[in-house]
Design a protein around this ligand. Structure first.
Ligand code: APR
Ligand code: ZN
Length: 249
């Protein structure tokens, strides 16, 4: 972990009028939820075209639920890790305005973050695509999966955004408002290959924001959008930045 960059990030956060975080699956890796595109990631096991596309759900919901069950089993037992907890602390200290997350695991909220925008929806509620019945899924157990609609008995779909589905309007509007009005973005644990999500840091950059990337490896943002990349695990880097903020503020 590059301590000079940790110190630089802490200084940039303290000098920033408004800082937001933009997170991807990498921030939850240390909570035991594999990401999508690293080796051993979810898309190595389940081809996203066959399992994560809305048309796949319409044609073969039972098959898609094989992947969803795997996701639910990981999410149900996952706990926030020091990276999630660090962002929640940064918000409490008044140095973080919002977390825009691509994740659907709810770990930012569990860690105590209050202003969380779920750009790709949430696994916590499920909807019926036939009769628009909705279910609060927070009390679902593995044995309840896949859940059926109590009105028309079709298989329910978690309110996560599948490929081919629109981003929830409110999440999209608030996210771009945040990206246009911030002066720094902490881009944490995302491969930045999925749009429109990946345009959030790009939009911020175009308006002069400082882009601080935290990832185990470079991404398409690293060269040209990020001001600097702090290489390593979010679970170590975020707490180190918070400690440095506390030390120098
Ligand atoms: N610390 C920091 N970065 C990490 C860690 C970690 N411990 N573990 C993995 N990473 C990085 C990887 O190097 C990679 O760049 O996190 C990134 C994860 O990338 P993806 O698996 O592509 O996840 P994400 O960017 O969130 O995917 C975006 O794609 O499949 C869709 O809807 C899904 O929201 C998801 C979207
Ligand atoms: Zn129904």
């Amino acid at each position: 972990m590059d301590h000079k960059l940790i110190q630089r990030a802490a200084k940039d956060i303290l000098n920033s009028k408004k800082t937001i975080a933009f997170t991807g699956a990498g921030i939850s890796a240390e909570s035991g939820i594999p990401d999508f595109r690293s080796a051993g990631g979810l898309w190595e096991k389940f081809d996203p075209e066959e399992y994560a596309d809305i048309h796949a759900f319409h044609t073969n919901p039972e098959k898609v639920w094989l992947m969803l069950k795997e996701m639910f089993s990981l999410i149900m037992t996952a706990k926030p890790n020091p990276a999630h907890l660090g962002l929640a602390e940064l918000e409490r200290m008044g140095y973080l305005s919002s977390v825009i997350t691509q994740n659907v695991d709810g770990l930012h909220q569990l860690a105590g973050s209050r202003n969380v925008i779920e750009f790709h929806g949430t696994h916590r509620t499920l909807s019926c695509l036939k009769c628009s019945f909705t279910l609060d899924g927070t009390s679902l157990k593995m044995e309840d999966l896949p859940p059926r609609c109590s009105r028309c008995s079709s298989l329910l779909k978690p309110d996560v955004v599948f490929f081919g589905e629109p981003i929830p309007w409110e999440a999209q509007t608030v996210s771009f408002k945040e990206s246009k009005s911030c002066s720094a973005v902490l881009v944490i644990g995302t491969s930045a290959v999925v749009y429109p999500a990946a345009s959030i840091p790009i939009t911020a950059k175009e308006r002069g924001a400082m882009i601080i990337e935290i990832n185990r490896e470079p991404t398409p943002l690293t060269d040209g959008i990020s001001d600097y990349l702090i290489l390593g695990s979010a679970g170590e880097i975020i707490p180190a930045i918070i400690e440095e903020v506390k030390r120098i503020r």
